[in-house]
Ligand binder design. Sequence first.
Ligand SMILES: [Zn+2]
Length: 400
Amino acid sequence: MKLERVLIPRSVRGFDSEAECFDVFIKNQAIARIQAAQSAIDSVVKPSGILLPGLVDLHVHIDKTQVVDETGAAEGDLFKAIDIMARHREGWTSEQIATRMNRAIQEAHASGTRAMRTHLDWPRKERPASVAAFEQMRDAWRGRIVLQAVALTPLDVFGDALESEGLALEVARLNRMCDANRGEKVLLGAFVYRNTELHTTLQRVFDLAAKHNLDIDFHVDEGLDADARGLRAIAELTINNAYQGRVTCGHACSLAVQPRDEALRTLEICAQAQIHLVSLPTTNLYLQGSWHETPVERGITRLIEARQQGVSCSIATDNVQDAFFPYGSYNLLANWALGIQAAHLAPALDWLDSITTNPAQAMGLPWDHRVRVGVAVSQLLMADASSGYELVSNPKIDLH
Ligand SMILES: [Zn+2]
């Protein structure tokens, strides 16, 4: 079988070529050969489609998804959303959570996602009901989608030695149950926003992570107060604790409202710390900025500057149809397309690494999510588009 004249964006290629379009030969359900398309010199002939690797969604919340009809929406107030969801969580059973998770994973998989990291609300040391549901889903979907989980805990909980040690022990136990060869893992995580005792408590997270050999994924600076400087603190501690490459930071909204020089210095330290930065456009556009008048500040972090400083950047889905964000779906390509437009990322195809290779590296997946000889057909996607403009305009993939 031959895929004729397909565009393979440079940002997802695992091979060198000056050509744009390729003929891809398939044998035994895998790529056997890739060669520059014969008609490449004829620029009038459009590509027949865009060939992509399976997508990687680095940040979702499938424990609390699709409940907005029960909870209502917080209309721009992050801390109201946290309260609403905390009350709703009291009544959760693992069966309900499993049903929600399964629906979310189904939707993500049908939209081309092949690996996903979900946060699980984990407010105390006791394991929440969502853990059993997550393990059930991870096992049921194994072979089709790689699932990782992060314990999402308020940072101040790490100020309590007994609580945080108990929590880390439990996370480490779950992490040992994972099939690491497939890229499965469970991580420590914390919600960080203008905490008092910021450095001391963050250091405690690093101590526990090192003690139990766990990676870390933070929600950090999710707001537009310029004095929210968690990202800088985390980057410095990552270097001090020799944890380079093992820390992911989501949101970093306040970076957008800090003085440019200060923000650039923070990003420089993030690059040295090999922090994986994740932007969550849908939820940030909804929760950040004014709701009393037209929002001018929108809370999208400085992606362009981050990339210029050498920080690995990802775009991910975050909340779907809950109190934090009442709309949306698990179509990662659509959420990426929104990010492309909201953050003025161009050319769009150059940013496809933000939903493929960069998050794959952050998750430590066995495949780097680059298209090359040997990749199985089941791991590839075809978009019915002939350019980045078309892909952003119609962000859908064809799974045939
Ligand atoms: Zn989140």
